[in-house]
Design a protein around this ligand. Structure first.
Ligand code: GDP
Ligand code: MG
Length: 325
């Protein structure tokens, strides 16, 4: 069968996570209309009769400024080199600019085959697509140029078929059930971050990070005290998870914004995140969400290590508690 890695690259906000989720038919990458939503590689795995496509969702390509951004760019470079195919996504509603030029320069340095995906064609005129094809066709050696709508699914099936042409014959790497390599803990932190990004503006998306500190099974103490056989529907233990998470910000005024007037903002973020977690975990969730100020965390290796460490499927420490910051 055909098995290989496909890197999804492009500037922040072009729709990479939306495309990945569409292809997988399930949410593995968070979506936001704020740039720089995805900070680490996420593998989405699609297994069909024909083969297995392993998608790498990248942080957007941009000039590195902070240590955080430098790390992100290193991740981008390495995933480009090790992929079998690179899909460059562009946002059809945007004009070609300096940021795009930087992406083109970055891709010009790899020998991996490339295809161009012109995304968001659901909200632009046909002529605009032709203009974009004209602008891009000679910039790099694109093997294919496909206009798509990741949101509506237009041409996504066509794209999926095409991808197999670029993959080598090989054995499956992941089992049929696996759709992502990301840990449950990371997904939970990403859910919180998605809700957070939905509600904050301006510089806040860039200065926030979410760290899930505790995931614990939680049973009400009285449930244990009932003699066997005497539990009623209402008194039976309800499966529950206790989740403690922190939102890191850089300044006290960021903290105040996220907490909001009378705690309204953090309450909204927490409720939206909890409801989604309950759907995914299929259990009731108690979400304990706090905000912590860590000046210049984006330049601090210990904070970055912790946040990235959530991705790995490592067991949390005794009592499921990990390092606290
Ligand atoms: P990423 O940063 O490249 O991963 O971008 P996201 O997948 O997070 O999407 C950024 C924004 O673009 C979100 O608001 C999406 O809903 C929107 N978007 C993505 N694909 C499409 C599309 O095909 N059509 C339209 N109209 N919007 C889209
Ligand atoms: Mg993304």
């Amino acid at each position: 069968m055909k098995v290989g890695y496909v890197a999804l690259v492009g500037r922040p906000n072009v729709g990479k996570s939306t495309l990945l989720n569409k292809i997988l038919g399930q949410k593995v990458a968070i979506i936001s209309d704020k740039p720089q939503t995805t900070r680490t590689n996420i593998l989405g795995i699609k297994t069909t009769q024909k083969g297995q496509i392993i998608f790498v969702d990248n942080p957007g390509i941009h000039r590195p400024l902070h240590k955080l951004n430098k790390r992100m760019m290193n991740i981008v470079y390495s995933s480009l080199q090790t992929s079998d195919l690179i899909c460059l996504l562009i946002d059809a509603t945007q004009r070609y600019g300096h940021g795009d030029q930087f992406v083109i320069e970055t891709l010009g340095n790899t020998s991996t085959p490339l295809i161009l995906l012109i995304n968001k064609v659901d909200i632009i005129k046909k002529e605009k697509i032709l203009l974009l094809i004209d602008t891009y066709k000679d910039l790099l050696d694109f093997k294919e140029i496909i206009p798509i709508s990741a949101l509506k699914g237009t041409n996504v099936d066509v794209l999926e078929e095409k991808l197999y042409d670029f993959l080598p014959e090989a054995e499956k790497i992941y089992s049929d059930e696996e759709i992502s390599n990301q840990s449950q803990r990371f997904l939970l932190s990403e859910i919180i971050r998605e809700k957070l990004l939905r509600h904050v503006r301006e510089e806040l998306p860039f200065v926030t990070a979410v760290y899930v500190e505790i995931i614990e099974d939680y049973v009400r103490s009285t449930d244990h005290e009932l003699p066997p056989g005497e539990s009623t529907e209402a008194s039976r233990p309800k499966a529950r998870k206790y989740i403690m998470a922190s939102i890191f910000v850089e300044k006290d005024n960021h903290r105040r914004i996220i907490i909001g007037r009378r705690g309204q903002m953090i309450k909204t973020i927490g409720t939206e995140a909890r409801l989604e977690m309950e759907k995914i975990l299929e259990t009731r969730v108690f979400l304990d969400l706090g905000v912590k100020v860590r000046e210049r965390w984006r330049d601090k290796a210990d904070v970055l290590d912790l946040i990235e460490g959530q991705k790995e499927n490592i067991q949390l420490g005794p009592n499921n508690t990990s390092h606290k910051l």
